[in-house]
Design a protein. Structure first.
Length: 260
């Protein structure tokens, strides 16, 4: 499966990161940031407001799309996001999405919006690193974590002052996320095992999500019809990557989809 390969490559990458900045030092740096005052809404607050919230993503590639040809430069993109979306997602996975923490830090310097570090989080080190680079939230993928890992990582994110989006793609994973009492849960319409897309995933999982949770529809949102379909499922937020990356004016598109 593609997912297994991504996780294995992540395990191979981690020693290199730790060789540059050791885990104890990264933890110390993360803890030093805990006293800093937040100057923007939390990731949770950005998604909890009335109406549909949009998380605009930045990524350079994906296993399903290959390299993505950006129509606008990063500075212009983030400015458009600042004026139209509610939060930003930045890929930091190196081998399959061509991301890195440097992109994240660059975006952090350009935007007051809450930003989620989107990666395959399998080690405590990544959470300390996320805090150090300015992440407001992290992604927890239920498919690659057992219950104990998911709880430990969720608790660690909270201890570090970060929100966590717990990503699911079937009923079993959603049950595990709700058992964790996660405040933000997502339905990934892209099956990470083969990268096929089915918006029906959100439709199936929607009835399981209590009204006091933030429910995020992720992936596969590329048309007006997709937006209208998902809005009718009591979704609180959309995480959109490809559609924004492939247009010259993501601000206009985001504003249009919010108005539907």
């Amino acid at each position: 499966m593609i997912l297994d390969k991504i996780v294995e490559d992540k395990k191979l990458r981690l020693p290199g990161h730790k060789a540059k900045i050791g885990e104890k030092e990264m933890r110390r740096l993360a803890e030093e940031t805990l006293h800093l005052k937040r100057e923007h809404p939390s990731f949770y607050q950005a998604l909890a407001k009335p109406g549909i919230s949009i998380i605009g993503e930045f990524k350079k590639a994906s296993p399903s799309l290959g390299a993505i040809q950006n129509k606008i430069n990063l500075t212009d993109r983030i400015q458009e996001y600042n004026e139209s979306v509610d939060a930003i997602s930045c890929l930091t996975e190196e081998d399959h999405f061509c991301g890195n923490v440097e992109y994240f830090k660059e975006i952090r310097g350009m935007s007051p919006l809450p930003i989620i570090r989107k990666d395959f989080m399998i080690d405590e080190y990544q959470f300390y690193e996320a805090k150090v680079i300015g992440a407001d939230a992290v992604l927890l993928i239920a498919a690659i974590l057992d219950d104990a890992q998911m709880k430990d990582f969720y608790d660690l994110a909270q201890e570090l002052g970060m929100d966590a989006l717990v990503e699911t793609h079937d009923e079993s994973e959603m049950e595990r996320a709700l058992k964790l009492d996660a405040r933000i849960v997502g339905a990934n319409n892209r099956d990470l095992r083969d990268f096929s897309i089915k918006l029906d995933t959100t439709k199936r999982l929607s009835p399981m999500v209590p009204k006091d949770k933030i429910f995020v529809a992720e992936s596969g949102i590329v048309s007006d019809e997709d937006v209208k379909f998902l809005k009718d499922l009591n979704v609180d937020a959309f995480l959109i990557g490809r559609a924004f990356m492939e247009v010259e004016n993501p601000k206009k598109l985001a504003q249009h989809w919010k108005s539907l």
